[in-house]
Ligand binder design. Structure first.
Ligand SMILES: [Zn+2]
Length: 259
């Protein structure tokens, strides 16, 4: 039932029960909106799932907004490693998410990609949207940074979310164990210190921003054992070799770094 139809139905004086379609405002207590956080290391398919979820909800007639921050494309959109893409709203630090949503006529859900990079205040705003405005929020992101320390926004999501899901799309360390942690590789060796956010990719030879010497930053997913030991394995290569490998991996998707 569309909004317009409901508006017309009201003057006829039918009891509220006729308005209980799947798209109607839900009576308080019947169903609470949810805050869900899906997390996993780089390459585990978070953005792909975010796009799929947006598609599924949209197809059911629900209205949503898609948000991201520091997407690998460098623009205001979500792009997935397997080639999907969608325009999205870039979440600047100053953006008030409650205002953003309430400025729209009706929003049923939010897809928040790269939520680990939002401010803690914005995570609070997401919780407000769930509790005060009945908006379902599906957040996706990394849990921890290159030091294996949790991002403040991810920590707040762990604390507040109704549901937290570790994504099961398996990313493997070079040793074959499940990859859990992101290593920052600067000039061929693993960094232990530096700014928390320096944008790079697992297959990019260059970072986009950052206040360190960002020219040679990339990320590599490791198991806990090898993250703690700082061992990059055979996958560790100099940027020139990475460039060549990236071109090769476009031809052969199942390259050694992306099993
Ligand atoms: Zn390993």
């Amino acid at each position: 039932m569309s909004h317009e139809v409901m508006e017309q139905a009201k003057p006829l004086g039918w009891p509220p029960v006729t308005q209980l379609s799947a798209l109607s405002a839900v009576p308080s207590g019947a169903r609470d909106a949810v805050l869900k956080f899906y997390f996993g290391p780089m390459d585990c398919g978070k953005s792909t799932l975010a796009l799929q979820m947006n598609y599924n909800h949209g197809r059911q007639g629900r209205r949503g907004l898609v948000l991201t921050k520091h997407d690998r494309s460098g623009g205001p959109k979500i792009t997935s490693r397997i080639g999907l893409g969608l325009e999205a709203i870039e979440v600047e630090d100053s953006l008030d998410l409650v205002r953003l949503v309430t400025a729209h006529d009706r929003i049923d859900y939010l897809i928040c990609d790269e939520a680990c990079f939002y401010t803690v205040e914005q995570i609070e705003q997401l919780a407000d949207l769930v509790d005060e405005h009945g908006v379902d929020v599906y957040a996706f992101g990394l849990a921890s940074d290159f030091r294996s320390v949790m991002f403040p926004a991810a920590q707040r999501l762990f604390e507040l979310a109704d549901e937290v899901c570790r994504l099961q799309v398996e990313v493997l360390c070079w040793c074959g164990r499940p990859g859990q942690l992101n290593a920052r590789v600067v000039g061929g060796s693993m960094a232990r210190t530096g700014a928390q956010v320096v944008i790079g990719d697992t297959d990019a030879a260059q970072a986009v921003v950052g206040d360190t010497d960002a020219a040679q930053v990339r990320y590599q997913v490791l198991c806990r054992r090898h993250h703690r030991a700082g061992r990059l394995g055979e996958g560790s290569r100099e940027p020139a070799a990475q460039e060549a490998a990236r071109e090769t991996s476009e031809l052969t998707p199942a390259g050694p770094e992306r099993p």
